[in-house]
Design a protein around this ligand. Sequence first.
Ligand code: ADP
Ligand code: UDP
Length: 239
Amino acid sequence: MLKNTLLYTGKAKSVYTTDNPDLLILVFRDDASAFNGEKIAQLDRKGKVNNLFNAFIMEKLAEAGIETHFEKLINPSEVLVKRLDMIPVECVIRNYAAGSLCRRLGVEEGKVLTPPTFELFFKDDALGDPMVNESQSIALGWATAEQLEQMKVLTYKVNQVLTDLFEKGGMLLVDFKLEFGVFHDRIVLGDEFSPDGCRLWDKETKKKLDKDRFRQGLGDVVEAYEEVATRLGINLDSI
Ligand code: ADP
Ligand code: UDP
């Protein structure tokens, strides 16, 4: 499958059409950004590590019965996916307090959230991805009530599967963001799951192994992503 035209250049990936109107190619780049594009950098190997990481996670989720856009890895930087009509609402689940929850509500980082919280954010860079609720998302035409319900159920299911997976690698899944889209009337998981879009802490030492290393200038960002991959048994020999 060959790349046709460039459809979209995002902050971390480029999206290409293919000869098949139902399929796209995502190219994972080494660009890193945080704080709505205020902090940017090139992190050697990040694109390839995230692409291989995402492929592994998407396959695990598919095995658990969650439909994803993942079709096949093309090479270490590129993946073939189903072309979704993306819903511009990001789904976030938190098992422990961190990031914007701490900033907004003055909660101490690491507080256990029981039950895990579910939040929605409007995917809009110009507005800084503001938090939104279900009725706003429906009234503004971003998703139907049924779609939002399915997205919520699927996000909790992903949380269950991945909490167990990371636990086996000695890690806590603190929080994560998912994006869904519509493919032939079905809600399907799109975009990526990688340490760029979640928080992972070592279970014992609480060492941060995710994009907070970049946000907070802690260094060894890609090295931490590789450590997570290795702990999950992901083979990075091809990169
Ligand atoms: P951003 O747009 O946030 O800067 P990326 O650099 O990751 O993010 O760009 C990837 C873009 O591709 C995102 O806008 C994402 O919503 C979109 N996307 C991801 N998966 C699919 C898919 N299967 N079909 C269509 N669009 C997708
Ligand atoms: N997240 C993301 N993309 C976004 C916003 C958030 O991948 O545009 C992820 C983020 O990495 C974290 C979770 O969603 O794992 C919750 O993020 P939070 O609301 O705490 O925001 P942040 O601290 O990044 O401002």
